[in-house]
Design a protein around this ligand. Structure first.
Ligand code: GDP
Length: 432
């Protein structure tokens, strides 16, 4: 989501404005001069567009070094924002603290919207007009307390934001797309045949969807799934599958077209280099992942013992994959596939509310702060989740994080929110 920072002197009405924007009465904090409030992010929406509002503490206008005090309070918020709402008290008019802030806002090169607050009635609009003198363009007269002018302000805010991402029409989405991948002879054809036979329903056409002729529609667990690029698998079992080069092109094409990968491994044999290459392709693709150990009917107690060790060693890169043990031949546990795929897709599309994310992060970083590097420990200021499929997170920080600490945050993020069956991406944005 785009990030909007709300900055301004104490008592100009920043918190009231934030509450007005997020549309609820939450955490109205009185600005107390001299008291620094943490930057607090909130989810907000206007005309269907979602964004994150970051409320910042007021800065101390009477600090000895005024310019430095302003910088310390608001700079981080401004550096990480896409748009800045600069709030001025229209009744008081612009002060030299406001003017110092304007200089800093200019240097940031961020889009700034000038909010003339406390314009509770029409007579006060003339006061707002005088704020043109700040040189930030048109002042938007609002009454954060009563809501006056907030619609116009939010319209201007949307205009200033980076353009919206393409909206996916959920309702018109066809069947979920599954790539069934694995090296030759792991049992892909057998499984597809089994799924088609067991359910007696390889559907040839589903109303309202166009399905590529190389795909198969399979009903499984009460839902129709589109197994992509399966033309080559509808062949008779045991037929040659072509060279490895073409096999890997196919795998990549299938992953590209799919949302979730079902990776078939042969449980009766050691995990091979070829299996690893396919697993790499799957990880690279960013798709949701189910690993199905096939030929489970051939696994005895002895093999099972070795397999556990192998899994630990060979699947180290994707410990988060959903795993099922099946037999395409006997039909064992094949009904576990649909719930496994659903779990993986749910994780793949999971969105953590910004408030919850940051509450958790604050507790985590307080309990286990980043180790000190060169006399300083970088701090994570706040986090947002700008996207899903797979879930992507951005950590706004005071400096680069150690790779180890970043892995720690990812591990804890998974512990807290799940994400079973889905990769997650974490980007770190140190403030400049
Ligand atoms: P593909 O190349 O991945 O499509 O693999 P196939 O479906 O052609 O299967 C390769 C061989 O493994 C065939 O001889 C199958 O009968 C056998 N096979 C597939 N699944 C199983 C299983 O669950 N158990 C056993 N024992 N054999 C299987």
């Amino acid at each position: 989501n785009p990030v909007v920072a709300v900055v301004g002197r104490p008592n100009v009405g920043k918190s009231t404005l934030v509450n007005r924007i997020i549309g609820r009465r939450q955490a109205v904090v009185q600005d107390t001069p001299g008291v620094t409030r943490d930057r607090v992010p909130y989810d907000a929406e206007w005309l269907g567009r979602q964004f994150t509002v970051v409320d910042t503490g007021g800065w101390e206008p009477d600090a000895k070094d005024r310019a430095a005090a302003i910088a310390a309070q608001a700079e981080a918020a401004i550096a990480t924002a896409d748009v800045v709402l600069f709030v001025v008290d229209a009744v008081v008019g612009s002060t030299n603290v406001d003017e110092a802030a304007v200089k800093m806002l200019r240097r940031s090169h961020k889009p700034v919207i000038l909010v003339a607050n406390k314009v509770d009635n029409q007579n006060l609009e003339v006061e707002a007009t005088s704020l043109w003198s700040l040189g930030l363009g048109q002042p938007y007269p609002v009454s954060a307390l009563h809501g006056r002018g907030s619609g116009e302000l939010l319209d201007a805010l949307l205009d200033a934001m980076p353009s919206a991402p393409r909206v996916v029409e959920e309702t018109e989405r066809g069947p979920r797309r599954v790539a069934l991948v694995g090296r030759p002879n792991v049992g892909k054809s057998s499984l597809l045949n089994r799924l088609a036979k067991e359910e007696r329903a390889v559907v040839d056409s589903v109303a309202g969807t166009t399905v590529d002729p190389v795909d198969s529609l399979v009903e499984l667990g009460g839902e129709v799934w589109q197994f992509v690029d399966t033309a080559g698998l509808r062949k008779r079992v045991g037929q040659a599958s072509g060279t490895e080069y073409y096999a890997s092109l196919r795998t990549n094409a299938a992953l590209e077209a799919a949302e979730v990968a079902v990776v078939l491994l042969d449980a009766s044999e050691v995990i091979s280099e070829q299996d690893q290459r396919i697993l790499s392709m799957v990880v690279e693709s960013g798709r949701a992942v189910v690993i199905a150990f096939n030929k489970w009917d051939l696994v005895d107690a002895d093999r099972r013992h070795y397999l556990d060790k192998e899994i630990e060693r060979e699947l180290r890169r994707i410990p988060w994959a959903v795993r099922v043990n099946i037999s395409a031949k006997s039909g064992r546990a094949v009904d576990k596939l649909a719930p496994a795929i659903r779990t993986a897709l749910e994780s793949w599309e999971l969105r953590v509310p910004t408030g919850h994310l940051n509450q958790w992060l604050t507790a985590l970083t307080q309990a286990t702060p980043h180790p000190v590097r060169g006399g300083r420990a970088p701090r994570i200021l706040f986090a947002t989740q700008p996207g899903v499929s797979p879930p992507r997170f951005v950590l706004f920080t005071t400096g680069p994080l150690d790779a180890g600490y970043q892995r720690f945050v990812e591990r804890k993020l998974r512990e807290e929110f799940g994400f079973e069956g889905s990769p997650i991406e974490i980007a770190v944005k140190p403030r400049k």
